[in-house]
Design a protein around this ligand. Sequence first.
Ligand code: ATP
Ligand code: MG
Length: 333
Amino acid sequence: MARRILTGDRPTGPLHLGHYVGSLQNRVKLQNEYETYVLIADVQALTDNFEHPENLAANIYEVALDYLAVGLDPAKVRIVVQSMVPELAELTIYFMNLVTVATLERNPTVKEEIKQRNFTKGVPVGFWSYPISQAADITIFKADLVPVGEDQLPMIEQAREIVRRFNRLYGKVLIEPRAMLGAMARLPGTDGGAKMSKSVGNCIYLGDAPAMVRKRVMSMYTDPKRIHPTDPGTVEGNPVFTYHDVFNPDKAEIDELKARYRAGAVGDVEVKQRLFEALEAFLEPIRARRAEFAAHPGRVNEIIMEGTRQGRALAQATMAEVRTAMKIAYKFE
Ligand code: ATP
Ligand code: MG
């Protein structure tokens, strides 16, 4: 069988540097070897944005543009809109029987996200149970590889458990997926927070204009104990240096800046200026490709619709097998 990738993103905003090093980079690298499906998970985005669904359509379009901008080739990769594959909802319902409440309550990422989101009217069942619908996302496409950031590891583990349970009960229909972490499994936020995240707003977006990138870099969190450029600074855990390590290809320059920073011989402004330059070298070609596609919105929409059509056909084929295996493919004739 063809090796297959399924991964995706929530259309809660445009994509950022964290997405790139966590997952997009691997998708681009593997798109020639793997049959790749990329899901724009609008149903999952609704679980914590159901009061404001009006932004989803625009965000779906922006995320698709980001995919094309980083080099996902529409001739090879299918971009699929989750809500347009209703078979996913059906599989989610069947999977709900295979997961206990206690298991859901132990999911460390969901626990953390619940804390972060501060749901005032209690945690919606949809949000709390999204690992189950995510397991349906992965398995309906029969993916064996899922390029994701570290926060998603509990979701892949959950999907694997469901597949084992399903296959034991009903017969071997589904594939147990493997996670693949990116070059940087969890990129910190510009605020020094543990994870750059759309919902937190501590991001540098792939489509940001140069002036915005500069502004975000210049206001980045650094070593809080360092008041003057002559104070010795800490490099470890300092997000400015973490970004240098990830995005600046000039390792000699990084070593020199680190040495001077530790010695109190360089100001934050210079370190940030060099980071800005490195980020610009990385973002410039992405921005240019983004502009090319953005000039042809009709073409982008076609890519989304064609990918979704192909994704849905695959999902329907899997569901036929699922229903047969579960002995619910009734024919009352
Ligand atoms: P939200 O705040 O709405 O959850 P997000 O920024 O976490 O948005 P997602 O759409 O949830 O983005 O994540 C899509 C993919 O990108 C996942 O595989 C996730 O692990 C990865 N990812 C997101 N942020 C980072 C990050 N800071 N570092 C590494 N990978 C990341
Ligand atoms: Mg997320």
